[in-house]
Structures are given as C-alpha cells and as structure tokens.
Design a protein around this ligand. Structure first.
Ligand SMILES: *Cc1c(COP(=O)(O)O)cnc(C)c1O
Length: 408
C-alpha cells in the first residue's frame, strides 16, 4: 500500500501567480478591448546573445556527425565550462576552484535540492519576502509545521526585510542552521553590502551554520563596491554554498543552465572539510546525469569575451527599463526601492492601500499587471514589484499610462 509524503499536505496552494492570472483573466473578459501590459513576471524577453546561439548551433551540428558525437558527460559539468565559471569568480575577486563548481539545469532546481544534504531537524531561516522556492522545498522536506495565522510556516525562522532595515535582515536571535540569502534580491531588488554579508558569514562560522546564497542576479550589479558573490567575504568558503544561473544574465530561462558552488572547505556541525562537497557530488551523480551538452556549449560561449560583451548589452537594456520605471514611479511621488543594481523595482504602496488592492488599482486604471509584495511573504505586504524584463516599447507604454492614468 503506497502512502504519500505527508509534508506536501502542509503546503499552501501556489497562490501568487495563479491568482494574478485569475484576476488578469477576469479583467480582460470584462474589458475585452483593454490591451494589458505585463510587468509582473520575472522572465526575460530579449533574444539570446549570438555568441551563445552560434556555439549551440555548432554543438548541434557536432551531434549529427559520428566523428564528433558525444553522449553522457560528467554530472558535474564539462571541465571547460567549470573552469570558465571559476575564472568568472576570480574576475570578481572571489576564490572559487574548478572542483567547487557543479553545473546544473538551473538555479531553481539547485535551490530546491541543496537542502537534501542536511538533516531534517535543521532550523531554516529565510528572508521575508523571498523567492518562494526556499520555503516550499523545506516544507516538502518536512522541516516545518503548517502555516499559522501570521501566514508563516511553524518552525521556520522568518527574517523580515523592510524599508526600516534597508531590506536586509538583522541576524537571527535564535540559533539557526541553514540560512537562505538572495542578493541582489528577488523581489526587493536590493543588494547586500560586504559588511552585511560579513555579519552573516561570521554568524555562520560561529554557529557552524550554512548559508545558501542565491546570486542569480549578480550580473545586474552596477555599483563596483557591492559584492557579486558571497566568496568575496573572507571565511565564506567554510560556511556558504552559492547558486547562480545563465537564466537572467543571458536569457537562458527556457534554455536551462545554472551552477552551484560547493567549496571543498565547507563544514557543518558534524562534517569536516570535504564531507558536504562529497555528499553533493554523490547526490548529483545519483539524481542527475549532467546538463545538456549543447546548452553547456552555449554557456561557455556566454562566458567568452564576445559573450560577456553581448550579455553586458542585455543587462544594460534591462537596467535602462528599470531606470524608466523607477523615474516614472518617483515622479508620481511613490517611494521606490531597488532597480539600480537589479532588474526589479520595489515600491511602497500608497498609504492605506494593500498589495492586492494596488494590483487591482493598477490593472483597473492603467491596464498594467505587476506583482503584489504580499505574495512573497508576510513582510511583503504594503509593497509591490515591477519587473524590468520587457520589451522597451511595452515599458514605455506602461509608464506613460501610469503617469497619465494612475490616480494617487
Ligand atoms: C530566476 C531566479 C532564479 C533562476 O532560476 P533558473 O532555474 O536558473 O532559471 C534563481 N533564483 C532567483 C531568486 C530567481 O529569481
């Protein structure tokens, strides 16, 4: 008799994006002539760099020829790509070695899977608001109870991020074991400073905790003083895992390629250097047969000199979108955060207007869809996210409507 994993029953229904889709659909059917502009979803819209498509085209042609055909590769990824990723970190002033790099099919799967090498009774701390994968993967793994009236899962430590603390949390007051940090942050668009990260690295070293650091938006950082990697902080190699991705930097959201850094030095309470690295190697060798060889060729090209110049242009394009959105909201007198080192603009909703109420207002008055902050965690209430991923003409049209039609 099969029985189900009871932890899944504790998950609340995926509410945010289905609810946005439902409200948008309802509005469209009531107003069939309205042309709705979507600034809600964190998906890229501009085509891949030609360096990547050229390399993938060549790789596909290679598979058509018996002389150049290749099958399974290492589950950790191709050596050339792993080295290029390690070199990227070197260029940021962070120490990462080839053997630390695990190529994957994306940062979402790694973010969800990495918790599996830690014990079920580890106490997990998350930024609030946060990218939903960190919470949900730990709920599924049985590390939490059910959700309470405060909209929080029992047993999980929520670290509030709000305007008062600059959207970076204070150190947890109780002892926690696994700490998820996303910087530049989705949804708040803010970036942790070196000092802020150092406080968490020092905490993790002192408590033998492990930080799971998501730097999927590192390439969008414009300020040279802000860290792109947690390994820019001394000591982080002993206490931090980092995940990153080709999705946002190079438009690989549909192509699928990412990586995790699990340094050899990483330790835990009951694991000396090398143990967690060995466990993650074992886990990947068992569950994963490596990322697509065609796609890895594309990733390698993204990290080439030509590729980096092209992705730099893509990043500039989206960051110009972010600037346009920011300025428009500021002109309207709204309080705006993020959008300077990340492709998300995070705004405070007007006094007395909740996240979902503002969603309906923006849709109703401007026919523009954004994302209610409350959907990313209880501390997101009273905030709203607008994404800079979009065609320029749509961003210009959306901001023109906000300027002229949004009544505040
Ligand atoms: C988009 C995103 C990712 C990337 O996920 P992929 O699976 O690599 O596409 C990871 N983390 C955050 C916070 C994101 O917003």
């Amino acid at each position: 008799m099969a029985t189900i994993n009871p932890a899944y029953a504790r998950l609340t229904a995926g509410y945010l994006f289905p609810e946005i889709a439902r409200r948008t659909r309802e509005f469209q059917s009531a107003h069939p002539d309205a042309s709705i502009l979507r600034l809600g979803i964190g998906d890229t819209t501009e085509p891949l760099p030609s360096a990547a498509t050229d390399a993938m085209t060549t790789a596909v042609a290679g598979l058509a020829d018996r002389e150049t055909y290749s099958g399974y590769g290492d589950s950790e990824g191709q050596t050339t790509l792993r080295q290029a990723i390690a070199d990227l970190y070197t260029s940021w002033g962070a120490e990462v070695k080839l053997e630390d790099v695990f190529v994957s099919d994306g940062a979402k799967s790694d973010s969800a899977n990495l918790q599996s090498i830690f014990a079920t009774d580890n106490v997990v701390a998350v930024q609030d608001p946060a990218y939903p994968v960190y919470v949900d993967s730990n709920v599924m793994a049985g590390r939490t109870g059910t959700k309470n009236e405060q909209d929080q899962y029992e047993g999980l430590v929520y670290m509030p991020c709000n305007a008062e603390n600059g959207f970076f949390p204070a150190l947890p007051e109780q002892k926690v074991d696994l700490i998820y940090i996303c910087s530049p942050n989705n949804p708040t668009g803010t970036v942790a400073t070196k000092e802020q990260l150092k406080a968490f690295v020092d905490y993790a070293l002192a408590h033998k905790a492990v930080i799971l650091f998501d730097s999927a938006y590192a390439a969008f950082i414009q300020d040279p003083d802000l860290p792109k990697s947690i390994y820019e902080i001394p000591g982080a190699r002993s206490c931090a895992i980092e995940v990153n991705s080709f999705s946002k930097i190079a438009g690989f959201t549909g192509v699928r390629l990412g990586w995790s850094i699990v340094p050899k030095e990483l330790e835990a309470e009951d694991a000396g250097p090398g143990v967690l690295h060995g466990m993650w190697t074992r886990r990947q060798n068992t569950f994963f047969n490596g990322a697509s060889n065609v796609v890895q060729a594309g990733g390698l090209a993204v990290l080439s000199e030509a590729g980096q110049a092209q992705t730099g242009e893509l990043v500039s394009y989206y960051m110009e979108n972010a600037r346009i959105i920011r300025e428009c909201l500021q002109e309207k007198g709204l309080t705006v955060f993020g959008g300077e080192n990340a492709p998300y603009v995070w705004m405070k909703t007007p006094e007395g207007v909740g996240s979902w109420e503002f969603f309906d207002k923006l849709l109703g008055e401007c026919h523009v869809v954004g994302t209610p902050g409350a959907g990313f965690g209880p501390s997101g209430e009273g905030y709203f996210r607008l994404s800079a991923f979009g065609h320029r003409e749509n961003i210009l049209q959306a901001t023109e409507r906000i300027r002229e039609q949004l009544s505040l």
